[in-house]
Design a protein around this ligand. Structure first.
Ligand SMILES: [Zn+2]
Length: 374
């Protein structure tokens, strides 16, 4: 990640560059500011700049061995530390065990969409943290000599999610520094960092993006002008929120197709087709499955309102959903609505409880078949 790969933030980039250029490299640096403002991307660019063997025009060169290792997330002297979810009980859990998932995540979401990280951890409702073993693991790894660079760097994402005993270990590492080690922390909620850690860091505040910056970013990614302006206004300075809104628009079209497909096949009582539908659904990630069930509940609710108000209710439906619902709403009525909502709630609960998703969705499909002609 080079500085020029990150939109805007000229002031922040200048400050980071100057730390390296003047040799006043803080032992522990904290980039704090709202989520979606590009703090982790800046931290990566800073560490790459620090390691680059051929800095040019205030940026890393992108082609030296150190830069190439950074670009492929394989820099020998850079350690990533980030919150994870315990796998099974009693097992030790450290960032290193999730490195592959994390590399994929930062490639796909360089502005660090936390929901996407939950999805990658396969834990839509989880509370990831840095567990107690993370502190000892960091200490162990910092005891090795650096391999190719002057500095070893620890890039820590979300220090507010350090388990209290890990935080104390971290504090020791920061208080009694190894001379060749730099910590770069990036936090969305710096008020939740252990105050003793917070007070020992040198801090740079990374401001939220302006609506114009978000709009420019979206336009460069092919979103057309008026839509980009509207999304930028709603994203409140967060690039991840803006990306999510762009994705949500295509996503809801796909969700509508899946919903319509389920209802049609249920109405036709086409069991083989319903079984295939359930198998296709089970191949999706758990978070997407939960979102789909929530989407179904919303569409059913809106259709019930249309039905009971004889079409007078003003819906929150998109034009495509509204078009589908003009034909669909007579099928959601007082005879089946409770059973339909129950079916969705059961499916949601079973998905979150790690139920066999082929069975969960086939069960849901059968309930639709039984109810939709009532
Ligand atoms: Zn370089």
């Amino acid at each position: 990640m080079k500085f020029r790969d990150i939109p805007g933030h000229e002031e922040e980039k200048t400050r980071l560059r100057e730390l390296v250029d003047t040799g006043r490299i803080p032992h522990a640096l904290l980039l704090e500011g709202p989520a979606g403002a590009g703090k982790f991307a800046l931290a990566r660019a800073y560490v790459q700049y620090l390691h680059c063997e051929n800095r040019q025009d205030g940026d890393s060169c992108g082609v030296c061995p150190a830069c190439r290792q950074h670009e492929s997330f394989n820099h020998a002297d850079t350690i990533f530390s980030f919150p994870v979810i315990k796998r099974g009980s009693g097992k030790s859990t450290v960032s290193e065990d999730y490195l592959e998932e994390f590399r994929r995540f930062i490639t796909e979401s360089p502005f660090m969409d936390f929901d996407k990280w939950l999805e990658a951890l396969d834990s839509p409702a989880g509370q990831p943290q840095m567990y107690v073993e993370e502190g000892s693991e960091l200490q162990r790894r910092l005891n090795f000599r650096t391999r190719s660079s002057e500095y070893k760097a620890v890039l820590m994402w979300l220090p507010e999610r350090l388990h209290p005993s890990t935080a104390n270990k971290m504090l020791k590492l920061i208080e009694e520094p190894y001379p060749d080690t730099v910590f770069v922390l990036t936090s969305d909620k710096s008020t939740e960092i252990l105050p003793t850690i917070y007070s020992r860091t040198q801090r740079i505040f990374v401001r939220r993006y302006t609506d114009t910056e978000v709009e420019t970013y979206l336009c460069q990614r092919g979103v057309d002008g008026p839509a980009a302006a509207e999304i930028a206004r709603l994203a409140e300075g967060s690039l991840t929120a803006a990306e999510k809104r762009c994705g949500a628009e295509d996503n809801s079209a796909r969700m509508l197709d899946l919903f319509a497909d389920l209802m049609r096949k249920g109405f036709k009582r086409d069991l083989p087709a319903l079984r295939k539908w359930a198998n296709d659904m089970s191949a999706r990630g758990r978070e997407q499955q939960v979102r789909f069930v929530d989407y179904c509940s919303r569409l059913l609710r809106e259709n019930l309102m249309l039905h009971t108000s004889a079409g007078r209710y003003v819906t929150t439906l998109s034009p495509e959903e509204a078009q589908f619902s003009t034909r669909f709403h007579p099928f959601v009525n007082e005879r089946n609505v409770i059973a339909l909502f129950d079916a969705m709630n059961d499916a949601r609960r079973d998905i979150l409880a790690n139920g066999n998703s082929k069975m969960v969705f086939f069960d849901l499909a059968i309930k639709i078949l039984m109810q939709i002609r009532k």
